[in-house]
Design a protein around this ligand. Structure first.
Ligand SMILES: C[S@@+](CC[C@H](N)C(=O)[O-])C[C@H]1O[C@@H](n2cnc3c(N)ncnc32)[C@H](O)[C@@H]1O
Length: 246
């Protein structure tokens, strides 16, 4: 991942995500599991960020381990309930020495793994951590979303920090979307500005499918996000439901 993403924003990430309906995502994941008739208890939250989903799953009685490559994000996660075990690890080097009933990776985390071989390794390492018959559920931003500048966003609402202006550039040849994010945060009553440059890759559904197969998964469903219908050409986010078969 590019050098400064998820560094300075880490302590402000939860304020940035204040409008995100994490509870509904957890319900969607649970609905997907029900849809495939699976009832797991132990879950790996791969690229858990500040643990927002991990914590909700723990509240609902799941045994949760969260892993993220960003030390700042994990520091914020560890300051939460204490019910979740968190680790700083790159998914491509994931090594927890145990297996889980299912793994999740939400909110376009896998788009942040922009090197295809790195992502293939991450899939294999996640696969090693899921029991046979278990599941890996994740979402990605589609190529359509990245190419159509869905990242061009701003919040300058008075008093509602962090303020931000994001501006994206998409390269059709590499499928890399580079987003220059300017933030203004409120710290100890003072405002402070900084920039992070985030890079996501638009992975094709076929690439992801092949990587999952290589990692011992069978792709059971691909859905338009938060629905139970097939993605269309214009879907901005899709969910994969993959079963560990070997
Ligand atoms: C948009 S955030 C989503 C975080 C969290 N899943 C959520 O829903 O709030 C993407 C996360 O992916 C993490 N990430 C990126 N590359 C990673 C890698 N190779 N291994 C582990 N985590 C990674 C980033 O540090 C960041 O926390």
């Amino acid at each position: 991942m590019s050098s400064n993403q998820f560094t300075q924003i880490s302590p402000h990430y939860d304020d940035l995500m204040a409008g995100v309906p994490y509870g509904l995502w957890v319900e969607y994941v649970q609905a997907l599991l029900k849809h495939v008739g699976f009832d797991g208890h132990n879950v790996l939250d791969a690229a858990c960020g500040t643990g927002n989903v991990s914590e909700l799953l723990a509240e609902r009685g799941y045994g949760v381990v969260g892993v993220d490559i960003s030390a700042g994000m994990i520091e914020a996660a560890k300051a939460k309930s204490g019910r979740v075990e968190y680790h700083v690890q790159d998914l491509a080097e994931l090594d927890l020495g145990r297996q889980f009933d299912f793994a999740i990776s939400l909110f376009d985390s896998l788009n942040y793994i922009i090197d295809v071989e790195h992502l293939a390794k991450a899939m294999i390492r996640v696969g090693e951590h899921v029991v046979e018959g278990g599941y890996f559920i994740f979402d990605v931003n589609t190529i359509y979303a990245l190419a159509h500048h869905f990242f061009d966003q701003a919040n300058l609402a008075p008093g509602r920090y962090p303020h931000y202006i994001w501006s994206s550039e998409y390269d059709h040849a590499t499928r890399l979307c580079t987003v220059t994010m300017t933030f203004e945060v409120l710290e100890n009553g003072e405002t402070r500005q900084f920039k992070e440059v985030h890079t996501q890759r638009g992975h094709s559904l076929e690439e992801l499918q092949q990587m999952l197969i290589n990692a011992g998964f069978e792709v059971v469903d691909i859905f338009h996000a938060y629905r139970f219908r097939k993605p269309t050409r214009r879907s901005d986010r899709v969910f994969f439901v993959a079963k560990k078969v070997s």
